[in-house]
Design a protein around this ligand. Sequence first.
Ligand SMILES: C[S@@+](CC[C@H](N)C(=O)[O-])C[C@H]1O[C@@H](n2cnc3c(N)ncnc32)[C@H](O)[C@@H]1O
Ligand code: SF4
Length: 337
Amino acid sequence: MLRDVYSRPIKDLRISVTDRCNYRCTYCMPLEEYVWIDRSEILSFEEITRLARLFAALGVEKVRITGGEPLVRKDLHRLIGMLSGIESVLDLCLTTNASLLSEQIGDLGAAGLKRINVSIDTLVHEKFKQITKRGDLDKVLEGLFAAKALGLHPIKINAVIERGLNDDDIIPLVEFSREHGFSMRFIEYMDVGNANNWISEKIVSKKEILATINARYPLREVGRDSGTAPAVDYEFTDGVGDVGVIASVTEPFCSSCTRARLTADGKLVTCLFSDQGHDLKSLMRNGATDEQLIEVISSVWTQRTDRYSDERLAAMNSPEGYQPKAHHKIEMITLGG
Ligand SMILES: C[S@@+](CC[C@H](N)C(=O)[O-])C[C@H]1O[C@@H](n2cnc3c(N)ncnc32)[C@H](O)[C@@H]1O
Ligand code: SF4
């Protein structure tokens, strides 16, 4: 099995299929300084599938399709169908803002999609528009319930919690997910990219999120799925539903990180906070064989030393503090969340 410098195996592949998005979420979108990836540089579905097969041969069992907004990529269901054909990929999932989901869910389901994560940070219409800049909450809910009606399971709802913006949405989101059988995932606000004006004061920590929920709906810790998932999961003691918290800032999980990332233009990136990737697309387009690509991927992974969130926490606790702008990072829309 392929292991990096800290003995972490490669198990998950997050594939960004586009850096384009129809939303402009304030915590994610680098509006001013971002240079969009040229269309000719975007991997074709055939190129993505070829790479996914090679990653699967190296140990990847889970593939997540993300972006930007993956559903703005034309005919995404075709890619889902192609990836579903890779036998050793046990879990194929999509992370989406769901704005275009109701139109596409039939084709996606027929192509083999079993699982989705939908991002919803608030159930208040006005605030949803304020956060996403252009989103229509009703359209998102239509997509969410269409996926439920089709039998996708589990359906997870992701919410990034930002102090003063939507910390008062924690309980309504919990109640909504319990009522409708969705799994709620709260995400600590992270300093992804370079343009989202992140300051540590805006983080609502895992501890605070759990205290808020626990005061109303008592919880019991279940742990991380497979021991390596980003979320720590909890179940409600009354037996109705579950909730997870992704605490990359206050409780980093670098030591168990098994995730590789592929950008829409074919760069292999080994950490969400990396400043560079390894260009697999150019190798492929210059005629590299599968064996050569496997060698490159293996070499990148075996030399991997990333532990950015561990280092950020240490810096936050140091007398100098943490300076988010001191480290240039690839933007979230390029990398996929
Ligand atoms: C980059 S988005 C891509 C997929 C899709 N457009 C969506 O919003 O679900 C993937 C995930 O990253 C999360 N995300 C984006 N910026 C973040 C930030 N600064 N901190 C924490 N999570 C963030 C989003 O909320 C979303 O759940
Ligand atoms: S979080 Fe998702 S929906 Fe929002 S701007 Fe980023 S990519 Fe788009």
